[in-house]
Design a protein around this ligand. Structure first.
Ligand code: GRF
Length: 208
């Protein structure tokens, strides 16, 4: 695939976006962030992108008269910015199926648990870590997966475990998981840049 031309979608503070940006700057990831998209004008990720001179775009359904116009605008904007690969980094909306089809196997997400556990609708942010603790899990982790039309459902590309420690709160656990997210996301994107991710149905194979 070579250098990845990324469109990053973020709705919140954007620490994964920053980690990706740093990995590019430090030469660990062969990519370029062509645009940071958000549905939320207050997203921290937007101000960070602006500070770094990365183009930004606000796109959300309520700005358009119809769903079709919204989807057209998203596709147009992605094309206009030369986006070839989509990275969801704390994006709280669903990517429309038309966009998923246009970017087949080139849309990824990161989830702060070991899917298929603790994923799906409503499983985001502190809810995930609270559910892990509530269940009494000894292990949790991070999943990077391809995005399909269901929440947290596409093929798994990478996973890393994180041990739950006695006395963990949702906050302490979230912090440890987040540190792993920051590392694994850039590493996994680099596998795509090196064209080493092969998708075989539900499974992905990482070529040596
Ligand atoms: C991360 O925990 C990620 O796994 C999830 O949303 C959170 C985003 O955090 N999808 P940030 O905005 O990247 O700091």
């Amino acid at each position: 695939m070579g250098k990845l031309h990324l469109g990053v979608f973020a709705s919140g503070r954007g620490s994964n976006f920053v980690a990706i940006f740093q990995a590019i700057r430090e030469g660990r990831l062969n990519a370029e962030i062509r645009c940071l998209f958000s549905n939320n004008p207050e997203a921290g990720a937007l101000s960070i992108a602006k500070e770094q001179g990365i183009p930004t775009g606000i796109i959300c359904k309520s700005m358009y008269e119809s769903r079709e116009l919204f989807v057209d605008a998203m596709l147009h904007s992605l094309k206009e910015h030369g986006v070839e690969f989509i990275v969801l980094a704390g994006y709280m909306k669903k990517i429309p199926p038309e966009v998923i089809s246009a970017y087949r196997n080139r849309v990824v997400n990161i989830h702060p648990a070991l899917l298929p556990s603790f994923g799906g609708k409503g499983m985001y942010g502190h809810h995930v870590h609270e559910a892990v603790l509530e269940y009494g899990c000894k292990v949790t982790g991070v999943t990077v997966h391809l995005v399909d039309n269901e929440y947290d459902h596409g093929s798994v590309v990478a996973q890393q475990y994180v041990l739950v420690e006695e006395g963990d709160t949702a906050e302490t656990l979230a912090d440890r998981v987040l540190r792993v997210e920051h590392q694994i996301y850039a590493e996994t994107l680099q596998l795509f840049a090196e064209d080493r991710v092969e998708v075989r149905g539900r499974r992905t194979i990482i070529r040596r």
